[in-house]
Structure formats: structure tokens, C-alpha cells
Design a protein around this ligand. Structure first.
Ligand code: CMP
Length: 143
């Protein structure tokens, strides 16, 4: 079963949107396999955003993601990587369609509520980076 890494960013946590975001993915039919509220170290933030190291907004990105707790999750399901990205909407909330998470709740590209892996390679890398082996609980539905 495909898996992806989804994170409610500090703005989403502080605006009380953890439950809303979990609910959207649950109602879609995906299942959460791991989840934790945590404060992000600068080291983890820099590793997570390594591909943006040369971008002018890299410092801002790291400052923001370390500014308050995030809710980090692993979600599983058919085509979950691409479908979760559709459900989140475009990176810039001003371009994200209504009905998507960023379209409904986001205002700026920096504070865009939620992050989701953009490819199977990113998903694999990000899940390994954010969770250790004991925190990853794979399970099948029995009901
Ligand atoms: P995310 O999916 O977490 O991955 C990279 C993040 O960079 C992206 O969401 C945006 O929040 C952020 N980002 C992209 N472009 C800009 C920008 N021009 N200024 C600030 N942040 C940006």
C-alpha cells in the first residue's frame, strides 16, 4: 500500500486545524498509520527542506517550521501521494482551488497550513527522516 508523509505546519496547528485535516483524509478513505505533535529542530528542518537550500526563502522556511509545534503523520492508501496533493491544493493558497485545504484555509505561500510529499522518493525519504522504526505502525483494516 502506498504511503505518504503529511505535516500540519505551525500555522495549521495554531489555528486549530489538525482535526479538520485528519478528518478530510479519513473521510476520503485513507488511514493514518503514525502521527505525533512535535517541535522541529533546526537540524531536522534543514534536512527536510534540503532541496530548497539555495532558495532566497530558505531561512524563512526553516524559521517558520521551527517556530511552533507541527503535527507529523504517515498516511496510507491507494494513490495516496498524488491524491493527498490534490486535496491540499496548489502550494500558493491564492492559486489553490476552493474545496482544497489550502484553498479553504491558507493565505500566503509561506504559511500554507500543510505539507505533503510530492513523489514516492520524497515520501520514502521524509517518512524515514521524521519517524523511527518503532513509530511506524503498518496495519490492515479488519472491520
Ligand atoms: P512545502 O510543501 O512545505 O515545501 C516547500 C515550501 O516552501 C512550500 O510548502 C512553501 O510553504 C514554501 N515556499 C515556496 N515558495 C515560497 C516563497 N516564495 N516564500 C516563502 N516560502 C515559500
Amino acid at each position: 500500500m502506498e504511503k505518504t508523509f503529511i505535516m500540519v505546519k505551525p500555522d495549521g496547528v495554531q489555528r486549530g486545524l489538525i482535526g479538520e485535516i485528519i478528518s478530510r483524509f479519513e473521510r476520503k478513505g485513507f488511514r493514518m498509520e503514525s502521527g505525533k505533535l512535535m517541535t522541529v529542530s533546526t537540524e531536522l528542518a534543514e534536512k527536510h527542506y534540503a532541496e530548497h537550500k539555495e532558495k532566497p526563502f530558505f531561512g524563512e522556511l526553516v524559521n517558520f517550521i521551527t517556530s511552533g509545534p507541527v503535527f507529523a503523520m504517515v498516511w496510507a492508501g491507494e494513490d495516496v501521494i498524488a491524491t493527498a496533493r490534490q486535496m491540499m491544493g496548489k502550494t500558493n493558497p491564492s492559486e489553490a482551488a476552493p474545496g482544497t485545504i489550502r484553498g479553504d484555509y491558507g493565505l500566503t505561500v509561506g504559511k500554507n497550513i500543510v505539507h505533503g510529499s510530492d513523489s514516492p522518493e520524497s515520501a520514502e525519504r521524509e517518512i524515514q527522516l521524521w519517524f523511527n522504526e518503532e513509530e511506524l505502525s503498518s496495519y490492515e483494516k479488519t472491520i
